[in-house]
Design a protein around this ligand. Structure first.
Ligand code: FPP
Length: 237
């Protein structure tokens, strides 16, 4: 496993609702078990050689779900962000976010800011949580920042490079993910890390996210290691 492990793995944690439905449980229970599945990944990832994990916790589209489910997911986020704050003290992991946090409850925004600040110099596994996140929304906000700089006369349109766009995304300076895992068998990007995953390998499994284990993570990494990554070129070049 040691060689060629993806440094950054992004995860679309799909299938929580189906997991709960199969057990006649409320959907929120599926999300809760999903948060526990994430804990398993965080505990294992560092020893596998993974440095960054980005997870899709709440999309810009998820507000359309029933109020009870939105409240439930927000409650889980609040609970886990506080748990991560307590745990960071005895561990080495660092937490960040991507997404437009301004739509979240003010106390949750404060908890996230406190956790980010407190863990920012840590060198262990780096978790980025996507909350009120949409890839298009993130790119739109980056374009607005650059447009403002052009308007202010600080920047010429021809100075806008791919690098400059990357630097204005929420995820900067985290490197792009090499591997995106999607559970529950759906073949969609769902607006997740659109810019950053341009050359990522996708690993799709039928497993529902709450059932995803460390063995499954190892299988995803093995699958990645068997891929021939060309970045648009030819590997013999
Ligand atoms: C997709 O499953 C999952 C979500 C929309 C929410 C994921 C959120 C968590 C796991 C909460 C915890 C996060 C952290 C960072 C602690 P779905 O509801 O679309 O499943 P379905 O397709 O089976 O209905």
């Amino acid at each position: 496993m040691a060689n060629n492990v993806p440094k950054h793995i992004a995860i679309i944690m799909d299938g929580n609702g189906r997991w709960a439905k199969k057990r006649m449980l409320p959907r929120v229970m599926g999300h809760k078990m999903g948060a526990d599945a994430l804990d398993r990944m965080l505990n294992a990832a560092g020893s596998l050689g993974v440095e960054h994990i980005t997870v899709y916790a709440f999309s810009t589209e998820n507000w359309k779900r029933a109020e009870e489910e939105v409240k439930g997911i927000m409650g889980i986020l609040r609970e886990y962000i506080n748990k991560y704050f307590r745990e960071y003290i005895n561990s080495d992991f660092r937490v960040d976010s991507v997404g437009d946090l301004s739509r979240l409850a003010p106390d949750l925004q404060e908890d996230i800011a406190r956790l980010k600040e407190a863990s920012k110099d840590r060198k262990g596994i780096h978790l980025t949580i996507a909350m009120n996140y949409g890839g298009r929304d993130e790119i739109k906000r980056a374009v607005q920042k650059l447009a403002q700089r052009v308007k202010d006369g600080e920047l010429q349109p021809e100075d806008i490079t791919e690098e400059l766009i990357s630097q204005n995304l929420d995820s900067y300076p985290t490197p792009d993910p090499e591997l995106v895992i999607r559970t529950s068998g759906e073949f969609r990007t769902s607006n997740f890390l659109l810019w950053q995953s341009a050359y990522a390998e996708y690993y799709i499994t039928d497993k529902l996210w709450p059932d995803f284990t460390v063995e499954d993570l190892k299988d995803a990494i093995k699958s990645y290691q068997g891929r021939d990554r060309r970045f648009g070129g030819r590997n013999e070049e």
